[in-house]
Write a protein that binds this ligand. Structure first.
Ligand code: GDP
Length: 337
């Protein structure tokens, strides 16, 4: 909670603030949390959705500055599949279990009407696995591997025109299940002025189609300013490349073309650094939190309502019928067996 919000909260609750005469020690609470988190390690799951060849694997390699195993996919998959790979990464003493889930064959079929379905199913399967774990009498919250998708990087082809029906349809079916960050892929293939126009067009199309994309949070004073500025820069124009080119005395990650060099980490050349900062340095924890408090909650609520459960309202009155729908419950139990 941001400090100003905390002050307001304290005032509202009329909590007594006591003056203590000596050191007690609870000021170390944040350190205890940090130490425990470092010991447990972190987990982050990214879903990359985009047509074959839009640069998904290259961008992920560039974001984490490592070569993940990857196999080039052909354009001949009969349907869309998802490929998940988990890696253990370490930066100083922080360990990260990173899962990259990528679409294979997305956009390659003649009939693309159902292309979003395997992606929706994959996300729901992860929610369902957690839901089942929650329902167990003996739960193992500490050993349970969190496989929820925390963010979806949606790769938009750099056509300079508008969103394709496939993109609109897919994002529409995903936006209530996952936080979407749209990314203009291979942004070096569009000119600077065209890119600006393309960004404005994409954003207005997203708005007019009622699509919800992830907004960097502004409730924490320390990052509110930068997050607000970044919300205005969406979608990020990304360039990925693991190739190194000598610029001045330095070797930098860049794409080399007959007419010049595009430096991946140069903010005048593309939005890679902004994406990396927002995704990995500033808002990772918020993305994880949103997954649990917003997207999983919605899944859980629908699931419980489907089973016939409702909440108890004020004065202990039932909001709807409290009695679970027994036939749904029976089907559900059978499925679990
Ligand atoms: P994926 O199928 O979406 O995973 O795409 P890949 O990452 O395999 O990239 C497909 C091709 O595009 C490769 O030849 C990459 O070198 C190239 N590529 C990837 N990212 C970029 C980029 O940002 N700009 C340009 N010009 N080419 C890129």
């Amino acid at each position: 909670m941001a400090s100003s919000e905390m002050a307001r909260h304290l005032k509202r609750e009329n909590i007594r603030s006591l003056t203590m005469s000596g050191h007690v020690g609870f000021e170390s609470l944040p350190d205890q949390l940090v130490n425990r988190s470092i010991q447990q390690g972190f987990c982050f799951n990214i879903l990359c959705v985009g047509e074959t060849g839009t640069g998904k694997s290259t961008l992920i390699d560039t974001l984490f500055n490592t070569n993940f195993e990857d196999y080039e996919s052909s354009h001949f998959c009969p349907n869309v599949k998802l490929k998940a790979q988990t890696y253990e990464l370490q930066e100083s003493n922080v360990q990260l279990k990173l899962t990259i889930v990528t679409t294979v064959g997305f956009g390659d079929q003649i009939n693309k009407e159902e292309s979003y379905q395997p992606i929706v199913d994959y996300i729901d399967d992860q929610f369902e696995a957690y839901f089942q774990e929650e329902l167990k009498i003996k739960r193992s919250p500490f050993t349970y591997h969190d496989s929820h998708i925390h963010v979806c990087l949606y790769f938009i082809s750099p056509t300079g025109h508008s969103l394709k029906t496939l993109d609109l349809l897919t994002m529409k079916n995903l936006d209530s299940k996952v936080s979407i960050i749209p990314v203009i892929a291979k942004a070096d293939t569009v000119s600077k002025t065209e890119l600006q126009k393309f960004k404005i067009k994409l954003m207005s199309e997203l708005v007019s189609n009622g699509l919800q994309i992830y907004q960097f949070p502004m409730d924490d004073d320390t990052i509110a300013k930068v997050n607000a500025a970044m919300n205005g820069q969406l979608p990020f124009a990304a360039v990925g490349s693991m190739d190194e080119v000598k610029v001045g005395n330095e070797m930098v990650k860049a794409g080399q073309y007959p007419w010049g060099v595009v430096q991946v980490e140069n903010e005048n050349h593309c939005g890679f650094v902004k994406l990396q900062e927002m995704l990995i340095c500033t808002n990772t924890e918020d993305l994880r939190e949103q997954t649990h408090t917003r997207h999983y909650e919605l899944y859980r609520r629908c699931k419980l309502e489907e089973m016939g459960f409702t909440d108890v309202g004020p004065e202990n009155k039932l909001v709807k019928s409290y009695r679970p729908n027994l036939s749904t419950l029976r089907d559900f139990t059978k499925k679990r067996e």
